[in-house]
Design a protein around this ligand. Structure first.
Ligand code: B12
Ligand code: SF4
Length: 469
């Protein structure tokens, strides 16, 4: 008798060439009951604000849940909300955990406990990707990079119960194949009110600028992909309908949304017709053009996050931050401000070229240019990056809990560690004291950026150098 496609029995696969969407669908139809996945966003041990209070919705794990939910049952736990992973995992077949470096030790702990209970454990996200050899000790399989590009293989193997150590796609799929993220997975928690009301959204992936401290070029190489505009706009309209209002605040999760100027400008032109508000990470390479800032403002941009990183040209050169031109900094800021766009400015300290003077220079730049939301971090060579390899002999900590960008990782050549931290704390206190906030924020719209300043005022007033060792 000839088997029809729907009743062909598929035997366990061993060769990668045997994977196909059709085989996967057949296997899924043969399941007696759907396998149960527990997806976990672990909370880190950092004492800094990144994992407490209001937290952003984890688009990474929501994307994983959306895909997994097409074939399996999904339970979603975000530990940052205070929800806990149960000790007894007998109700689940697969435990899948996302991890960055700052929560890797927590992710490994959950992975180890699940392995002891005989579960299939899958680790994904930036840290397991960068250090997949290390991560394989705490799981059954590591997914290298995005789940979408390796999903057929991963899901087929889960259904067959025959897992590989590392899943790494030979090539990245176009973003048009990306599912429309289902936020119900995250919003299902009783503690979901702790999520920021900003809705994460993705238009592009990758950033070929190639800064040596960043993980993106290592994971995605020179690749830069974007979604069809209609898909992005449809997603925005979907949320407007779901929440029954036009003025929704979106937060782009893109590495560098402006890398293809034509795509970016067309996206903004279309968004200007929707009445939404938005913020994004952006590199400053073409923000010196007044028409870009004008269009951004008209399309509803409230805030742009810009990695100024340093005011020292030698430092910018040493980290390969080719998109930053010191001569453009003030023009970029003034173009954005003229169009009512606030700036979240990232500044890093602890580079070899930093001196005590670097702090004063940064303070003057921030105050003179009225940067609304300055964010200060200590240079952190993340494992797997070229910068990590370069700095390894000098790195003070290999405890991943300390990789939250708020730990002193190595002594810069031109300044003692103690001096670095004293100045680092002093700068934060100065920039966020009441008088400075008023000076930077006077006349700005009364929105969440004021609230952030208020929270930072309270937070920085308690800071001391002991936090950072
Ligand atoms: C947007 C963003 C933020 C946002 C939102 C973060 C959030 N809630 O998700 C904000 C501004 C809040 C933020 C904060 C921080 N960030 Co950030 N951020 C990013 C950025 C640019 C994009 C992340 C994103 O959402 N991408 C879109 C999603 C859909 O893609 P994805 O994350 O890659 O997820 C895919 C795959 O990784 C995979 N996957 C992920 N998890 C899992 C799990 C399983 C089981 C599987 C199978 C697959 C899988 O499939 C996913 C879907 O395609 C990344 C750069 C990057 N490309 O990763 C930096 C990045 C993650 N951030 C980084 C850092 C350092 C931070 C901060 C510590 C900064 C700070 N000092 O405050 C904090 C930490 C916050 C935290 N608790 O994690 C570093 C982390 C480096 C590292 N090795 O850990 C990155 C990689 C940038 C860099 N410097 O290289 N960040
Ligand atoms: S510009 Fe930003 S996203 Fe691009 S490589 Fe540099 S740090 Fe990474």
């Amino acid at each position: 008798m000839q088997n029809s496609p729907s009743n062909t029995v598929i035997s366990p696969r061993t060769s990668p060439s045997d994977y196909s969407e059709e085989i996967l669908q057949q296997l899924a139809r043969q399941q007696k009951s759907r396998k149960k996945w527990l997806l976990v966003q672990p909370v880190s041990n950092t004492s800094m604000m990144v994992d407490s209070g209001t937290v952003s919705m984890p688009l990474n794990l929501i994307m994983v849940a959306t895909l997994v939910g097409t074939l399996f049952d999904v339970t979603f736990i975000d530990e940052r909300l205070g929800d806990n992973v149960p000790e007894d995992l007998s109700g689940f077949d697969v435990i899948a955990i996302t991890s960055r470096t700052l929560n890797a030790s927590k992710a490994y702990k959950i992975g180890d406990a699940a392995l002891r209970q005989g579960k299939i454990v899958i680790l994904g996200g930036v840290h397991p990707t960068m250090l997949h050899e290390e991560a394989t000790a705490h799981c059954t399989s590591v997914v290298y990079g995005e789940i979408e590009s390796i999903w057929t293989e991963l899901a087929t193997d889960v259904l067959n119960g025959k897992m590989q150590r590392v899943y790494r796609a030979k090539e990245l799929k176009p973003m048009s194949t990306m599912q429309h993220p289902d936020f119900n997975y995250a919003l299902g928690s009783k503690s979901a009110k702790k999520y920021s009301s900003l809705i994460p959204i993705l238009a592009t992936k990758g950033c070929p600028v190639g800064c040596n401290f960043c993980t993106t070029p290592t994971i995605y190489g020179k690749n830069y992909r974007f979604r069809e505009l209609d898909l992005v706009l449809d997603e925005m309209r979907y949320h407007q309908k779901r929440l029954n209002k036009e003025k929704i605040n979106f937060s782009f999760m893109d590495d560098n949304i402006s890398f293809r100027p034509q795509y970016f400008m067309t996206l903004l032109e279309e968004m200007s017709k929707l009445g939404v508000r938005w913020n994004a990470n952006i590199s400053m390479n073409f923000l010196d053009k007044p028409e870009v800032a004008e269009l951004a403002g008209r399309s509803g941009c409230d805030l742009l996050s810009i990695g100024f990183e340093s005011l020292n040209p030698e430092t910018l050169k040493s980290v390969h931050k080719g998109s930053n031109r010191l001569g453009n900094y003030e023009t970029v800021v003034s173009n954005l401000h003229k169009n009512g766009i606030a700036i979240q400015g990232y500044f890093m300290f602890g580079f070899d070229n930093d001196t005590e003077e670097s702090f004063q220079l940064t303070y003057d730049f921030i105050m003179k240019n009225k940067i609304e939301f300055p964010v200060f971090s200590l240079v952190t060579p993340f494992p797997g990056t070229p910068y990590f390899d370069e700095m390894k002999p000098r790195i003070r900590h290999f405890d991943w809990d300390k990789y939250d960008t708020y730990h002193y990782m190595f002594e810069p050549t031109k300044m003692a560690g103690d001096k670095l931290l004293e100045n680092f704390v002093k700068l934060q206190k100065e920039v966020y004291k009441g008088r400075s906030i008023l000076q930077r924020m006077k006349g700005k719209p009364l929105n969440w950026v004021w609230f952030v300043n208020y929270a930072m005022n309270r937070f920085t007033s308690k800071l001391s150098t002991s936090y950072y060792y």
